[in-house]
Design a protein around this ligand. Structure first.
Ligand SMILES: Cc1ncc(COP(=O)(O)O)c(C=O)c1O
Length: 386
C-alpha cells in the first residue's frame, strides 16, 4: 500500500485495487471495481445460503460493465435481464439462453420476441395480460409468478409497482396452463437493502402456502426465486446476511424436501455495491458566506441520481490525516450548474483539502455505472421537425 493513502474505510480487496490504481496516472472520474471483492462477496453468499453459483442469477441492471459480467460468468453465476438492451450485452459475451431468465414482470412485446428467438424460455409475469403477451410472443414457454409481498424494512420498496396478490396466484397459474404456458416458478423481491429477516421469512411462509394450494390443483413448480434485496449499502452486509440466512435456511430446506423445488436468487447489490468506489478530484474549495463547498469533477448526475431519493453515499478523503489536523464541515457538490447536484452536506473533513486532491465516493459498484442506459432501455432520439 502507498503510505500516503488511507483506504481503511473500504473493504480489503477494493483497498488493494485502489492502491494499485492511484499509484499510476489515473484519469478522473473513474470507478475502480475489484474483481476479487466481487468473488469474495459471491463466496460469502454461496456459503451462507449453501447455494452453488449456478443458483445465482445476477441482475444485469445492477452493473452491466462487460468486465463485471465476464467476471461473474467466470465465477459460474447465471443472469437475469429486464430488457432487450441487457440481453444484447449477454449476447456479446456469448452467454447462452439456458443461463438467462427474463425477470421483468411487464415486458415490451418486441423484447419478449427477441428473447424467445435467442432461446430464452423463462419469463416472469404478474398480470393476466402479460401471460397473454408471453403466449403470443414466446409460445409454450415457462412462466414464473412475481408475488406481491411486504417490503417492510427495505430502504427502497418495489412492491407498489409489481406483484400478484397471494389470492390471485392459483387462478393465474391455471390461466397460464390454458394458454399452453408452463407454470414453473414463483418469485418475490423484498425491496432494496432490506435488513429485516422477518420480511424474508414471512414471504417464504406465503410461498409455502401457495405451493400447497398449487399442488392441490395439480400444478407443481420447479423453482422458488427469492430475488435480491440482501443488505449491501452502508452496512456490514456479511453479518446481516448471516442473520437472514439463519432465519430462512430451515424454511428453504423444508420446501426443497417437501416439493423437490430448486431455490434460486437474484442478488445484485450484495455482490457488487462494495466492490467499487468512484475516484474523483477536488476542483475547488470555496467559502460562500458561512458555507464551505467542495466542488468535485463528478457529481450526482454521473450515476448517483439515487441521492435525490434519499440514498446516501460516503465521500472519503483517502489520505493519512496528521493528528494535529483541524476539521471543517463541507457541502460536497458536483461540477454541473445545478443546485441539486450535491452528494452530501455537513461532511466533516480536514481543512487542508485543496484542489487536485483525490476524493472517493463509496459504494459505487451497484446501479452507478449502469445508471447510463439504465436497465438497457434506450434514450429517446430527438427528431427536429419543421
Ligand atoms: C427482479 C429483480 N431482481 C433482482 C434485483 C436486484 O436487487 P438488489 O440490488 O437489491 O439485490 C432487482 C432490483 O431492482 C430486481 O428488480
Amino acid at each position: 500500500m502507498n503510505p500516503m493513502f488511507d483506504f481503511s474505510a473500504l473493504p480489503p480487496h477494493l483497498q488493494r485495487s485502489l492502491s494499485a490504481s492511484l499509484q499510476k496516472t489515473i484519469t478522473t472520474p473513474t470507478i475502480i471495481c475489484s474483481q476479487d471483492q466481487i468473488a469474495a462477496n459471491l463466496h460469502s453468499l454461496l456459503q451462507q445460503l449453501e447455494f452453488p453459483a449456478s443458483d445465482v442469477y445476477f441482475p444485469v441492471k445492477v452493473n452491466h460493465t462487460p468486465e463485471v459480467i465476464a467476471c461473474l460468468n467466470q465465477l459460474g453465476t447465471n443472469f437475469e435481464i429486464a430488457s432487450l438492451g441487457e440481453l444484447s450485452i449477454l449476447e456479446t459475451l456469448k452467454i447462452s439462453a439456458q443461463r438467462i431468465i427474463f425477470s421483468n414482470p411487464i415486458k415490451i412485446p418486441s423484447h419478449i420476441c427477441a428473447a424467445y428467438h435467442y432461446g430464452i424460455r423463462d419469463f416472469a409475469f404478474d398480470t393476466e395480460t402479460e401471460l397473454e403477451k408471453i403466449a403470443i410472443h414466446a409460445p409454450q414457454s415457462s412462466i414464473f409468478a412475481r408475488l406481491s409481498i411486504s417490503n417492510l424494512g427495505a430502504e427502497w420498496a418495489l412492491n407498489d409497482k409489481f406483484g400478484i396478490p397471494q389470492t390471485e396466484v392459483v387462478r393465474l397459474m391455471k390461466k397460464a396452463k390454458e394458454l399452453n404456458l408452463n407454470p414453473s416458478g414463483i418469485a418475490f423481491h423484498v425491496g432494496w437493502n432490506n435488513k429485516n429477516p422477518e420480511t424474508y421469512s414471512n414471504a417464504i411462509g406465503i410461498v409455502s402456502e401457495l405451493l400447497e394450494e398449487l399442488s392441490r390443483n395439480d400444478i407443481h413448480l420447479k423453482f422458488l426465486n427469492i430475488g435480491g434485496g440482501f443488505p449491501a449499502h452502508n452496512c456490514d452486509s456479511y453479518v446481516l446476511l448471516e442473520a437472514i440466512a439463519h432465519k430462512i435456511k430451515p424454511q428453504l430446506d423444508a420446501l426443497q424436501k417437501q416439493y423437490g423445488i430448486r431455490i434460486i436468487a437474484e442478488p445484485g447489490s450484495f455482490l457488487l455495491a462494495n466492490a467499487a468506489a468512484m475516484v474523483c478530484k477536488v476542483v475547488e474549495v470555496i467559502q460562500r458566506e458561512n458555507k464551505r463547498w467542495i466542488f468535485l469533477d463528478s457529481g450526482i448526475c454521473q450515476g448517483f441520481q439515487w441521492v435525490m431519493s434519499q440514498i446516501s453515499y460516503a465521500v472519503i478523503y483517502p489520505y493519512h490525516i496528521p493528528k494535529e489536523t483541524s476539521f471543517q464541515h463541507y457541502i460536497i457538490t458536483g461540477p454541473t450548474c445545478d443546485s441539486h447536484d450535491v452528494f452530501a452536506e455537513n461532511v466533516h473533513l480536514p481543512d487542508t483539502i485543496k484542489s487536485g486532491n483525490f476524493m472517493l465516493v463509496f459504494p459505487a459498484g451497484a446501479y452507478i455505472s449502469s445508471a447510463q442506459h439504465y436497465n438497457g432501455f434506450d434514450y429517446p432520439e430527438t427528431l427536429v421537425i419543421g
